[in-house]
Every structure is written in C-alpha cells, then in structure tokens.
Ligand binder design. Structure first.
Ligand SMILES: NC(=O)c1ccc[n+]([C@@H]2O[C@H](COP(=O)([O-])OP(=O)(O)OC[C@H]3O[C@@H](n4cnc5c(N)ncnc54)[C@H](O)[C@@H]3O)[C@@H](O)[C@H]2O)c1
Ligand SMILES: O=CCC[C@H](NC(=O)CCC(=O)O)C(=O)O
Length: 489
C-alpha cells in the first residue's frame, strides 16, 4: 500500500477509505492511496504540537535557511513539479510553469512581508522602552483548493513557517499527488519532524482536522460553501485564528474603449484562463447596449471561438487545458442549462467535448433579460455571462448585486469613469484596463462579503500567521520619578 501521509517525519499508509487521483485530460488513474483516519489526523496534530516549542524557538534566520533550501529545491525540480501539476489538474504546461515560479517567488515576498508587517518595533518611553513583537499562533491547519494545488497552499505554508507555526496540511482530494511532491521537497530541505504534516483525504478527513480541539488556527482557500461551514465550526472560539479565502461572482464592466482587440484580450484573459477555474475570473461582463458594444461582442465571440483547448503536454500549447475532472465539466454544462432554462441566450455554447475527460469549450451567455433572476452563484469554469447595459451607474449597482466581493474590473479609456467605478464598486481587488486574474503575491489578496473574512492573504498573510505582543520594558525595577497621589513609599 502506498505511504501517502507524512506524520511526525514518517511517510505512512492511510487507514481510511481508498482515494485516487485521475489525469482529467487522459482519463487514467495515476495515484492511489487511502485517506487518513480521524486517529491519524489526531496523530498529525499531536506531532505538530510536539514540534512547536523547538521550531518557534529557532531564530527566524534559522527557519528561513530551511525555507530557502526548499525554494532551491523547487527551482531544481521545476519541470517535474510543473508536469505533475499539469497531469493532476489538466492545466497546460506553460501555465503550470508559472505556478511553480509563483511558489518560488513566494519565499522572498513572504520574508519581506514578515519583517515589514510583523517585525519588531522599538520606541523610547519616558521610563524604559516600548516594544511591538509578534509570536506564532501555534499549530495551524492549512486547507488547499485544486485549481492551484501548489501555489495556494504554499501561500499559507511559507508565511506560517517563517512566523514559527507548525502545520497540518490537508490538500484538495483532487490533487493529492502535487501535495505529496511538495511535502517531499520540504522533507528534503531539512524541515524538522512534525513541523509540517500531511493528511490526505476527502471531506471526512477535512472535518476531522477542522474540528480538532488542539488547533490554534486554520488557513483555508476553497469554496465559499466549505468556508462558511468552517466559519460556523469556529464560532464560539474567539482565540482561534481563521483565515478564509473563498470564491467570487466577479464583474468586469466595459465603458468606452477605442482598442477593441485589447479589450477582447483582457476579457478572455479574465474569463477563460485556467479554463475559468480561478477565483478571480470574470463571471459577469457588462457591455454597453450600443453599436460599439455590438462590435465588441462580435469580436469577443469570434476570438473565444478561436481559443485553443487541448492537452496540457501538447507541443503546440493550448490556451485552455481540461477542467479538473469530468464531473466539474458536467457541472458547468448543468449550470449553463439552468441559465438557458431561465431565459439566457447562448452566444457561444459551452460544450463538454468528451464525457470521460474534463475538456470543455468556453461559453458565452447573454443574460440581460434574466439579470434579476440569475442565481448569485460562482460558476467555476469557462462560462461568461454578459449583461448589456445603458447606464453606467445601473451597471455598477448590478455588478455589486452579489453576496461575494473578490475581484472587479473596468475596461475604459476614461479616467473619470475609473474614479467613479473605484469609488462605488465593492471588491477586494479592483483593476483598471488590466485582466482581473493574475493578482500579485506582493499585494494583499482577498475579498469582502462571502469571498473572505477580511484576512487577506499573499503579502498580508504575514498578518494572520502571527499575533502582536505589546510590551513596556525596563531592565531593573525602579521607582518612578513621581508617585501617584495618595502613595507613600
Ligand atoms: N479566494 C481565493 O484565494 C481562492 C483561490 C482558489 C480557489 N478558491 C475557491 O476555491 C473553490 C475551488 O476549490 P475547491 O473546489 O477545491 O474548494 P472546496 O471548498 O471544495 O475544498 C477546499 C478544501 O476544503 C476541504 N473540505 C471540503 N469540505 C469540507 C468540510 N465540510 N470540512 C472540512 N474540509 C472540507 C476539501 O477537501 C479541500 O481540502 C472555488 O470556489 C474558488 O473560487 C478561492
Ligand atoms: O484562484 C484563485 C487565485 C487566483 C490568482 N491569485 C493569486 O495568485 C493571488 C496571489 C497570491 O496568492 O500570491 C489570480 O489572481 O490569478
């Protein structure tokens, strides 16, 4: 039986249900194992607890030495890791190479963020000195999604380790092989036993970990549905830190643009990159109901029809690979049908081209007539909903008519339009004349509403990985110059 869990520095077999990973482009199982049982999850949390005092007592420089070694190993193994991410997610190799590059880049960025946001500050006082220092929370769980199985968990793990926390990592059950490869690199980098533990499995494993009473925190990237369950589970535990990065129903508004081709580029890059499986992808596109809007729509449909969809390892690389699974592709077809039944008009039909794989072609629906009845759901795939509008403020109001608030964008040659948009739009990422995907790790990353809980990740992940301690200090006990009234000593 394969040893797929890493607990207290040992690779061990799972004692739970059998699990597998399927290549969604080639439809074959290439990784198998058994889920971690609740008892094994408990062992992983205990291992992280035991490892905590020594790991957190190291100097940050000593922790960084190991973390940088992991960065070196990522760089040395970049082609292999990019190939594995492609095989497990269906994403083309050109894209998975950028994912590994982002993982490497995360280390320097997290180091800078640690010192800048959670470093030590010293201030002179009339008596003694005042200090602001930071301490790690303790044992934290990291939950990852499938769409960036390396980069997004890495974005919690790296800053959490720099700050001195120990970790139990539960990856998406759709991407166990990438998680295993990542943890093997951490092991090779010399991370002490118990500092990073890996438990694989489906929802039952996730539940056993999230409900473990010995956790000091949980850093989650995934769907809003799961994030809400975790939020309810953490209710009544104010001392535990919960960072939630969730989905979006992201709007992109176009006003007046001269360069139609550039606008089409930014729309496609926003809506269809990663086969629409990015939390920041544009889901709703607002286009003026005028002749310029008609021309833009025609160009968009033509360019979308021409998007190359293909195998992740094809010599001539496609723009879109397969979706993560045949089930995810079927889900997109069902979501499209639901909208068509409500009265949406298909401008380009999303098609599941092979029911045994995750391959779909991108789709565009005109939902102008059903804009008020549309479900406020994140359709996590390459399906763009277009709303034709006649008034900018109405478009902004409709764009804000969502329970989410992750990313939003404006394509417009008018700076005044952008200032108005920025003032009124509600989202954690607001872009102008740039795609709304491709957020920088050097900036805070997170959303409002049901997209997150105001604990932005990326550059601000440092903030949720450590708590501040305020101290006033004097090196000897000494009487103050003036005693409080009524005191005689
Ligand atoms: N905001 C962001 O930074 C961001 C980034 C990437 C993906 N996402 C979102 O993630 C979603 C896609 O990823 P996904 O489908 O893997 O998410 P998901 O919510 O299905 O799974 C995320 C993790 O939670 C675990 N899990 C699921 N149910 C659980 C439960 N009841 N208790 C405990 N753990 C549980 C899963 O096994 C997995 O490890 C999309 O909604 C996307 O928008 C958000
Ligand atoms: O799918 C969700 C992530 C999308 C991605 N965002 C980031 O990579 C944020 C930066 C970071 O976490 O370092 C995107 O915007 O494309």
């Amino acid at each position: 039986m394969p040893t797929t869990h890493f607990i207290n520095g040992q690779w061990i077999e799972g004692q739970g249900a059998s699990i597998a990973s399927t290549d969604p482009a080639k439809n074959h199982v290439f990784w198998q194992g058994n889920a971690a049982s609740a008892e094994q999850v408990n062992d992983a949390v205990n291992a992280a607890r035991t490892a905590l005092p020594a790991w957190s007592a190291l100097t940050v420089e000593a922790r960084l030495a190991i973390i940088k070694q992991y960065g070196e190993l990522l760089a040395a193994n970049k082609p292999e890791l990019a190939a594995l991410i492609a095989q497990e997610t269906g994403k083309p190799l050109w894209e998975t190479a950028t994912e590994v590059a982002a993982m490497i880049g995360k280390i320097g960025i997290s180091e800078k963020a640690y010192f800048e946001r959670t470093g030590t500050v010293e201030n002179a006082m009339p008596v003694g000195k005042a200090f602001i220092r930071h301490k790690p929370h303790g044992v934290v769980a990291v939950f990852g999604p499938y769409n960036f199985p390396g980069h997004l968990p890495n974005g919690h793990i790296v800053p959490a380790l720099i700050a001195g926390n120990t970790i139990v990592f539960k990856p998406s059950d759709l991407t166990p092989a990438v998680a295993e490869a990542m943890v093997k690199l951490w092991e090779q980098a010399g991370l002490p036993k118990g500092v990073l533990n890996l438990v694989q499995g489906e929802v039952e494993t996730g539940k056993a970990l999230a409900s473990h009473h010995q956790l000091d925190g949980l850093f989650f990237t995934g769907s809003s549905r799961t994030g809400k369950i975790l939020h309810e589970q953490f209710a009544g535990h104010p001392g535990k830190i919960l960072a939630l990065e969730m989905g979006g129903n992201n709007p992109l508004i176009v006003t007046d643009v001269a360069d139609t081709k550039a606008a089409v580029h930014d729309i496609i890059q926003s809506a269809f990159v990663t086969s629409g499986q990015r939390c920041t992808c544009a889901r709703r596109l607002f286009i003026p109901a005028n002749a310029q809007g008609d021309a833009l729509m025609a160009a968009l449909v033509d360019a979308t029809k021409a998007i190359q969809v293909g195998h992740y390892d094809a010599e001539e690389q496609p723009f879109m690979g397969a979706m993560v699974s045949a089930a995810a592709a079927k889900g997109m077809v069902a979501a499209q049908q639901e909208l068509l039944d409500l009265g949406a008009k298909a401008l380009l039909t999303l098609t599941h081209t092979d029911e045994n794989t995750g391959f779909v072609t991108p789709g565009i629906l005109d939902v102008t007539d059903i804009v008020d009845e549309m479900p406020d759901e994140e359709h996590f795939g390459p399906l763009l909903k277009v709303i034709r509008y006649s008034d900018f403020d109405t478009a902004i109001a409709q764009a804000n008519n969502t329970r989410f608030g992750l990313s939003a964008g404006l394509l417009s040659d008018s700076e005044a339009d952008y200032q108005h948009f920025f003032q009124h739009i509600r989202a954690g990422i607001v872009n102008w004349n740039r795609p709304i995907t491709g957020a920088s790790s050097a900036a805070p990353f997170g959303g409002i509403g049901e997209s997150g809980n105001h604990r932005a990740s990326a550059y601000y992940a440092a903030d949720y990985c450590a708590y501040p301690v305020a101290s006033v200090e004097l090196d000897k006990v000494a009487l103050p110059g003036t005693l409080s009234p009524g005191l005689t000593l």
